[in-house]
Structures are given as C-alpha cells and as structure tokens.
Design a protein around this ligand. Structure first.
Ligand SMILES: Cc1cc2nc3c(=O)[nH]c(=O)nc-3n(C[C@H](O)[C@H](O)[C@H](O)COP(=O)(O)OP(=O)(O)OC[C@H]3O[C@@H](n4cnc5c(N)ncnc54)[C@H](O)[C@@H]3O)c2cc1C
Ligand SMILES: Cc1cc2nc3c(=O)[nH]c(=O)nc-3n(C[C@H](O)[C@H](O)[C@H](O)COP(=O)(O)O)c2cc1C
Length: 783
C-alpha cells in the first residue's frame, strides 16, 4: 500500500505514525515544504484528556512528549489590577518545534519516509498512491484546488492577532485584559517549557488601527506589545518568529473526502486559539483516520467512516471555539463589569465550565462571585445577605414596583387547550402547580387579543368577559397560594393564524373552520398556507385597539406584568423582520420603519397599563436566515423598545420563516441575550434549551441575563425551582403550608445528597498530570 501525506505538521506526522504502525509494509511518505527544524510559532497546549488518547495510541511518542512538557493546573485572569485563579484545569504545553521533532523521530523509527523542502503543487504526482492525506494546514493548496468539491467556508474573523513568545516564566494559563489609550488588548499566555512562554496578542480592528500597528515591522509591533504588557513581562523580552498580525480564519469544509484524498487537521477545519484545541484536533483527526481505516475493508469505505464518525466531535469543538472567539471579539461588552464577574465570564464563556463545576474547584472564587452578585442586588435596595449570599438564581429582582423572589421564569407556552379562547381546568392546574413549584415569575401562554388573532382553535384569548373571569380565577389562585408573580403575554398570530393544534401539525393550515389571516405583507408561511391580507391602516387601528382592550381586561384580572409578543413570526414580528415585511409605506423598509407599528401598539398599551407595573417585549433576536434579523438588529430593536418604556426584553430567536436554519445546542439563545443586555443596556430574560439550575446560575453570575426562563423543563417538572432551592440551600423559598413537610424533607435530604455528589465528583475525577507531577516532586519534609 502506498500513502502520500502532504504536510509535516502535527496532523500529517501523527497520521504517518499511526498508519505505519497499523500497516508496517505500507510505503508512507510525508512531504513537507519546510526544513525539518524550521517551524513557526512557539508553544502548543493539550488537555489531560488528549494526552490520555496519545498514551493509548502511541506510547513511545506519548512518553517523549510528556517528558518535555510543562504542566499547569490554573487559569489566571488579570483584569483592572486584579487576578483571579481557578485550579483543576489540567493542561500542559510544549514547544511546537519539540513536538514536531519528536513526531519526526518516531515516524522515522517506524520506517516512514520524510521528505523536507518538498513543496507539493498538486496531487497528480501521486497517481499510484492508494491514499493521499491532505494535512497541509489552514491555507491548504489542495483543498483550494478542489474547492468545488470540498466546499470550504472560510470566515476571516474581525479581531487581529499575533503569535509571539517570551522567556517570562508563567505558572498558569494566563489571560490578561489590558486597557490602553487606544482600546483593549488581550494576551493569551502560557509557559510551554522551562524559560519559554507563548504570548498570543489579540485586539479589535479599531484598536489595532488606533494603536498604529498597521504597517509596523515585526520587531516594532513586538516593542509596542512589550510596552503595553510591560508590567506583566517583568523585563523579560518578547520574541518573534513570523509573528505577523493576522485575522483568524474559521474554516469548515462541507466534504472531507474526494476519491482517495482526505483532509486532516487545519486543512479541513480550524478551532480558535483561545481554547487551545488546534493541535489536539489535528492529532485526534489522525487517530480517527487510523481507526476508520483499520476497521474498513477498503480505503474508500475507511475514508467514508472517518468523515461520518469524526464530524460531530470536530463540530462540537469548533462550536465551543466559536463561542469563545465571539466572547473575545466582544470583550468591550463586559469591560465595565466588576472584575470578579468579568473573570467568571471568561471562565464560563464556552459552556464547558459552569457555576457548580467551578464551585467544586474554586469555592472561594464562586463565593466571591455570589457576593458580587448579591452586592448588585443590594444596590437596588434589597436587604440581602452579603456575607453568605444565596446563589444568583435565588436573588430577587425588581421591575418597576414588581418584586420577583428569584430569577427563574416559566416561559410562555401555549397549551392549545382553550375552548372558544376560554382557559379551562387544564390551564388552572397547569399554571397553579407551576406557581406552587417555586418559579419567581410565570408567563401565560400567548393570549390572543381577538378571535381572529388566534394561532389555532385551541389558543386562549382575552376578548370577552367569560375569558376574563377564567383568567382572573387563575391569577387569584397564583397570588393566594404562591409567591410567584404572573405576567400575561398578549399576541396576534398574524400569518401563522388559522393553523392546526401543535400535535396535529404545527403551523399547518386548518383544513376547515379557518379564518382570514393578516400580516405585514401578503406572504404565506408555507407555500400552501393561506395568503395573509396586508394590514391597512384601518386594520392596524382595529388590532391596536384590541391589544389595548385585552390589556385592560388583563389589568382587571390582576396580572402583575404584561408582555407584548413581537417574536416568532407572528403579526408584530412580521413587521420587524425584513424577510416578512416587504411594505413600501412608512411601515416597511428601514428598521425604524419596520418597528413603527409594533412600537405604536406597545406605546398604546404602555399608556393603558398602570405605571407601577412592568412590561416586557418578546423578540426574535435573529431569524437564523440569510437576509434576516441578526444580533446587531436585536440590539437596535431592544433600544427602541427600551426608549418606549420596556422594562425587560425577552430574548428568543427564529420561527420567522420556515426555511430558517437555527443552530441548536445547550443555552443556544443565551449569546443573544448577552449581546442585547450588555450592548443595549436593558434588562433581559434568556431562554432556550436551558435545563439545569447550574446553567441558570452560570448565566446569571456571568451577567448574560437578568432572568432565566425555562419552557419545556417546566412541562415535566413544576417543582424545578423548589428542588433547586433545596440543592443550593435557599431556605427562604416560599412553600404553601400544605406542602411544608415535602419542603422540609427535600431540604434535609439535599444536604446529604449534595455532599455525596461532591465527594463522588471529586473521587471520580482523576488527578491531573500537573497534580501528579507536583506530588512526585514534593519534598518529603513537606508531606
Ligand atoms: C496563533 C495561534 C495559536 C495557536 N495556539 C495553539 C495552541 O496553543 N495549542 C494548539 O493545540 N494549537 C494551537 N494552534 C493551532 C495549531 O497551530 C494548528 O491548529 C495545528 O498546527 C494544526 O496542525 P496541522 O498539522 O493540521 O497543520 P499545520 O501545523 O499548519 O501543518 C501543515 C504543514 O503543511 C506544510 N505545507 C503546507 N502546504 C504544503 C505544501 N503545498 N507542500 C508541502 N507542505 C506543505 C506546512 O509547512 C506545515 O508544516 C494555534 C494556532 C494559531 C494560529
Ligand atoms: C408547547 C410549547 C408552546 C409554546 N408556546 C409559546 C407561546 O405561546 N408564546 C411564546 O412566546 N413562546 C412559546 N413557546 C416557546 C417557549 O416560550 C420557549 O421559548 C421555548 O420552548 C424554548 O425554551 P425551552 O428550551 O426552555 O423549552 C412554546 C414552547 C412550547 C414547547
């Protein structure tokens, strides 16, 4: 068997090693355009988990790699004169050059041919090869040659970065955020061998320009960086090695395999340096390729398996890297945060590290984050414990004169069970039990303002006395038996009206019994949906009056708060999104025009709603579709509603057009809440695949939202908040007297359960290599 590997970086060399071990008779050659020891860059990092993989797949190279490594356990965040450290991270680093020399030696020992200073122009010279591995890095020439097949997508990110080195010793993976007269600069630094550390500098394009870095030589820009980070470098110099400023290319390829050619490492996909996973991904690709080829009867099948089996893992890592890089691109959003909260945000930015997880590793840091949060609450006039504060989710919030006892919210969820718009027994039990379950705030489902404003025949309404009486009964129960506040959500279905119940076919048009529907423009939702009538001024006035009338009924019901539904493609949302608004009058065109009618409705409602009661607006912060709304639009929308008197923006996404392509995942809408909250400076509620109390605390403590709503989790667990209160020891959580024995029991048991859980977690966590190394080198007297 003949294998040609193009590129002698970590991916190419490790693939050569593993394939040669698997097929000792194979003729394997690595073609590398540089000289053997001629390598750019400084250090690379691996996690303990990656090293475990290396140990399993090739013990000799693993041993040599780990002999050369520098280990550290801590992440340190420097910001505004403070430093916060968190242990238990288990990372190690080595020089990229050392890593490559070790891999080269090992490859040679096994009989791989290494051809240096050998530039490959195209693959035709390997016509007799059974397998061609394209491991030629992020600028892969062969990927580009076959781009029509591989379909790479290269997103050059906005921030500028340069990779430098220093002789400064460091004992932690160090993030430094430095304010300068030109704007913020960030250093990502770590030691990779005795006396050497990597320093990657990053800044936004405007700061880069203001700092005059454009056009400076390598040495001049190193001097500028040394000046900026002087107090962290302690007189140690900065070193350069092709350290030019670049924009990070986020690369994804639709296909990884073409005939007998396969993309590996950075050639197929990159992961931002802030999560230190590029070399890990490259070498783990090599592992996945070797595994796939070992088990497959033919090379072609092996390559198919490689792509199928490996893709999900790569995309997961890329997603974490993307979330992290976006955080760094928008660091200005957090610049005025308290340093503890800022550091908490850095640690938890890519979702892998959470509040609970940090509480195990760095209890003092989390206790400090809790205290900072509690101080912010106290500054708003609440008398809360500042020494031993409750976890963020059990801190109160005030919107106008409405006080919410905790930060957990039952998200609005239509039950599709009303008769002629009247909520019945199901609704009574549903809302009642969720209020008793402990959430601070309960939203009703979308209550429709008129008969023809309904989505489905099962939707609830508030346009007649019977409906008002039924809602009042629910509100009275909530107030009499729980500490929860209850908000109504008012909406109009727009072009999604006259459709089937959720379980009969979401958004599908009714076959009979439908009614005429309206929208900003006459565009049907599905091609076979009813074509909506474009709202004219008379209809706009009628509907606005219906919103106000329903709100006045809501006030008579005793609701504590009101939300206007301007999301999910319903009537008001259809005005805001350019995908559904094609109007040429003053309600179409610019965002200001598209917002005009929703704001008119909001303002009319705000005027009719008691001034001491808060109002929120629900928005789709992105349409997840080409040409649709984006996070930046959401900020402008939130500002406009904020100026009109909105107290809270309920940040949802999508459901505008059926061809949208949402990117789901844990807490997938939270980044939009974070952007809206910290750019538009309005209070936000986030929602969307948030399922644990740990996530709720993580979001709140990092300043990514003010309230956290859970929809589906509350459908199966009305007592979500009470259980969390027991877990975090929030003894003040309200419980009706009838249920007190249950509360006492769960609070008692939770103390023990939590101790058991923490012990198990600590026991189950293997010692990091840094911890093992520290133990091995500890002087006897110290034991
Ligand atoms: C600023 C920065 C910091 C990083 N920090 C880290 C980190 O801390 N930890 C980490 O794990 N990763 C890090 N990375 C990522 C890491 O450098 C890459 O992800 C990793 O090296 C990818 O390995 P690779 O083998 O796929 O590609 P590369 O290492 O780029 O290797 C490709 C090789 O192919 C050769 N080549 C290219 N074209 C040809 C051709 N036509 N003919 C012959 N040879 C060719 C190149 O000379 C090169 O040696 C960082 C990257 C950057 C940019
Ligand atoms: C059954 C069901 C009905 C819903 N009805 C509404 C609604 O009436 N109004 C609304 O704004 N959102 C509605 N949503 C969206 C939820 O409020 C929430 O945004 C969504 O479920 C994502 O949150 P989750 O992952 O916590 O469930 C509904 C969701 C579900 C599951």
């Amino acid at each position: 068997m003949k294998i040609a590997i193009i590129g002698g970086g970590p991916a190419g060399l490790y693939a050569a090693i593993l394939l040669k071990k698997q097929r000792p008779n194979a003729d394997i050659t690595v073609y590398e355009r540089n000289r053997a020891d001629d390598t750019f860059g400084f250090g690379v990092v691996f996690s303990d988990a990656t090293l475990d993989n290396f140990e399993k797949y090739d013990p000799p190279s693993y041993r040599r790699i780990t002999e050369e490594f520098a280990y550290w356990d801590d992440i340190a965040v420097h910001f505004k004169g403070t430093v916060h450290r968190v242990g238990g991270n288990g990372f190690c680093g080595c020089a990229r050059r050392t890593l490559l020399l070790i891999l080269q030696t090992r490859a040679r020992e096994l009989g791989v041919t290494l051809m240096f200073e050998s530039e490959v122009e195209d693959e035709t010279r390997f016509a007799d090869a059974d397998l061609i591995v394209l491991a030629d890095g992020s600028n892969s020439r062969l990927r580009e040659k076959h781009q029509a097949h591989f379909e790479p997508e290269i997103d050059l990110r906005s921030n500028k970065f340069a990779w430098m080195g220093s002789t400064k010793p460091l004992d932690a993976f160090t993030f430094i955020f430095e304010e300068t007269e030109w704007g913020p600069f960030i250093a990502h630094a770590y030691q990779y061998e005795a006396g050497h550390s990597t320093w990657i500098f990053e800044t936004d394009p405007e700061t880069f320009r203001r700092a005059g870095l454009e056009g400076l030589s390598e040495q001049q820009s190193a001097d500028r960086m040394a000046q900026i980070f002087e107090r962290f470098l302690d007189g140690y110099p900065l070193l350069t090695n092709r350290s030019m400023w670049r924009n990070f290319p986020m690369i994804r390829s639709r296909r990884w395999v073409k005939d007998n050619m396969v993309l590996l490492g950075d050639a197929k996909a990159t992961a931002h340096f802030s999560i230190g996973s590029g070399t890990k991904l490259a070498m783990e690709d090599a592992i996945a390729l070797a595994d796939a080829l070992r088990d497959a009867p033919t090379v072609a099948q092996g390559l198919q398996h490689y792509e199928q089996d490996r893709r999900e893992e790569v995309e997961k890592t890329q997603h974490a890297a993307d979330v992290s890089l976006v955080w760094f691109e928008h660091v200005d959003r957090f610049w005025d945060f308290d340093p503890v909260q800022f550091a908490f945000g850095v640690m938890t930015r890519s979702k892998a590290i959470t509040y609970d997880n940090l509480a195990l590793r760095a209890p003092k840091f989390v206790a400090e984050a809790d205290r900072v949060f509690a101080r912010q609450v106290a500054a708003r006039g609440f008398d809360v414990d500042l020494e031993k504060p409750a976890a963020p989710m059990f801190q109160p919030l005030r919107l106008r004169e409405m006080e919410i006892a905790n930060r957990v919210v039952v998200s609005p969820m239509c039950m599709y069970s009303a008769q002629q718009g009247v909520p019945g027994d199901f609704h009574f039990v549903h809302y009642g039990s969720r209020a008793i379950g402990g959430a601070g705030l309960i939203f009703t489902e979308m209550i429709c303002v008129a008969r023809d404003a309904r989505i489905t025949p099962g939707c609830a309404g508030l346009w007649n006395d019977e409906q008002e009486t039924a809602w009042r009964r629910i509100v009275d129960f909530v107030h009499a038996n729980s500490a929860a506040k209850i908000s109504l959500q008012l909406g109009h279905a727009g072009r999604k009206g006259a459709t089937k119940l959720m379980w009969d076919g979401m958004d599908r048009p009714l076959e009979d019994g439908g009614w005429e529907v309206f929208s900003a423009s006459p565009l049907p939702y599905f091609p076979d949906s009813q074509v909506p009538r474009e709202l004219d001024r008379a209809a706009m006035d009628r509907i606005k009056a219906e919103f106000v009338a329903a709100l006045q009924r809501g006030e008579r019901c005793g609701f504590d708060m009101a939300e206007l539904h301007c999301a999910h493609g319903y009537l008001l949302a259809s005005f805001i999104s350019p995908l559904t608004n094609r109007r040429t009058d003053e309600y179409g065109g610019s965002l200001a025009n598209r917002l005009r009618y929703p704001l008119e409705v909001f303002e009319a409602m705000r005027a009719a709603w008691p001034s001491h009661k808060p109002m929120s607006v629900r928005i789709s912060a992105t349409d997840w579709a080409e040409g649709g709304l984006s996070g930046d639009d959401a900020v402008r929308i939130a500002r406009a509603f904020g100026e009109a008197g909105v107290d809270l923006v309920d940040v949802s996404t999508g459901q505008t057009v059926q061809e949208s392509q949402p990117v789901y995942g844990r807490m997938f809408q939270t980044p939009f809440s974070e952007q809206v909250r910290n750019e538009a400076r309005v209070a936000t509620m986030c929602v969307g695949n948030i399922t644990t109390a740990d996530q709720v605390n993580t979001i709140l403590a990092a300043g990514r939202a003010d309230l956290v709503a859970l929809g589906r989790p509350h459908l199966v667990d009305p007592g979500f908040t009470m259980k969390a209160a027991a877990w975090y020891g929030a003894a003040d959580a309200y419980c009706p007297p009838q249920y007190l024995p249950g509360k006492e029991q769960i609070f008692r048991n939770s103390v023990r359960d939590r101790q058991d859980f923490e012990e198990l977690k600590v026991k189950a966590k293997p010692k990091t290599r840094a911890e093992l190394k520290a133990e091995a080198t500890k002087p006897l007297a110290a034991e």
